[in-house]
Design a protein around this ligand. Structure first.
Ligand SMILES: [Zn+2]
Length: 55
């Protein structure tokens, strides 16, 4: 009995992708796995700092 076929293992992870909508320019942007306690972000489109509700 030969049962020694080892397959290489990949890696799987779950990403919590957060979508934000800028209050200033109304464009969407997103960050994968952001720290949940952080509420202040800069819009990458217009650069304005703004506060978001906790996810
Ligand atoms: Zn913006």
């Amino acid at each position: 009995m030969e049962n020694n076929k080892k397959k290489k293992k990949g890696q799987r992870s779950v990403e919590h992708f957060n979508h934000f909508r800028c209050h200033v320019c109304n464009k969407w942007w997103g960050i994968g796995d952001p720290p949940s306690e952080r509420n202040i972000w800069f819009c990458p489109w217009c650069g304005k700092e703004q506060e978001f509700e906790e996810s």
